[in-house]
Design a protein around this ligand. Sequence first.
Ligand SMILES: NC(=O)C1=CN([C@@H]2O[C@H](COP(=O)(O)OP(=O)(O)OC[C@H]3O[C@@H](n4cnc5c(N)ncnc54)[C@H](O)[C@@H]3O)[C@@H](O)[C@H]2O)C=CC1
Length: 176
Amino acid sequence: MHQPGTVSSSLHEHVQIGDTLLISAPAGMFTLDTTRTNPVAFIAGGIGLTPLLSMLQTVVKQQPERSAQLVYAVRDHHFHAFAEELQQLAAQNPAISHTIFYENGTEEDIEQKHCDYVGRITEAWLQQHIPADAEVYVCGPRPFMQAMISILLRKGITMENIHYEVFGPALAFSVD
Ligand SMILES: NC(=O)C1=CN([C@@H]2O[C@H](COP(=O)(O)OP(=O)(O)OC[C@H]3O[C@@H](n4cnc5c(N)ncnc54)[C@H](O)[C@@H]3O)[C@@H](O)[C@H]2O)C=CC1
């Protein structure tokens, strides 16, 4: 069987607590463009939330006036990451909004304000809530990104304003 994640597997198998590691600074293309001032939307699926939360924190620090929204799709409350951080970030920053979708949620989850909607992010919701002039960052499982980017393109947002990150080879990635 193919072993996924060469680096993570090696870390799990060989590195011990207390070991000293030589690491380089982070690098990559999936970074927030803070020269832009148009509204920014972060669309996260599952653990794809992690880089987007970091970008949202950067908006708060460096562009507090910039309108920013986080849309987060996750299976249910067991998988809901950084719930408190997100609540606090949104509560302390009027320019930020966040919307949570629980794929397998219940009406009780909505009543208890764990999530806003039950089910996946819908085309109708994105069409209505993502501003046409938004800069959009998408990160999640491949089928999720394909679905989200296809909707954004149908909405008229151009690829120039859509940013996404595929973990591993990007060869199989295409949109409708
Ligand atoms: N950018 C990347 O390359 C990323 C890759 N992954 C990989 O994806 C796999 C699953 O990651 P999990 O965090 O467990 O995510 P997951 O499988 O729990 O999915 C998260 C949410 O995405 C939504 N979703 C999934 N497929 C969809 C589709 N076809 N259309 C619309 N919405 C959809 C659902 O609301 C679901 O609850 C892992 O192997 C992970 O490594 C995860 C995040 C980022």
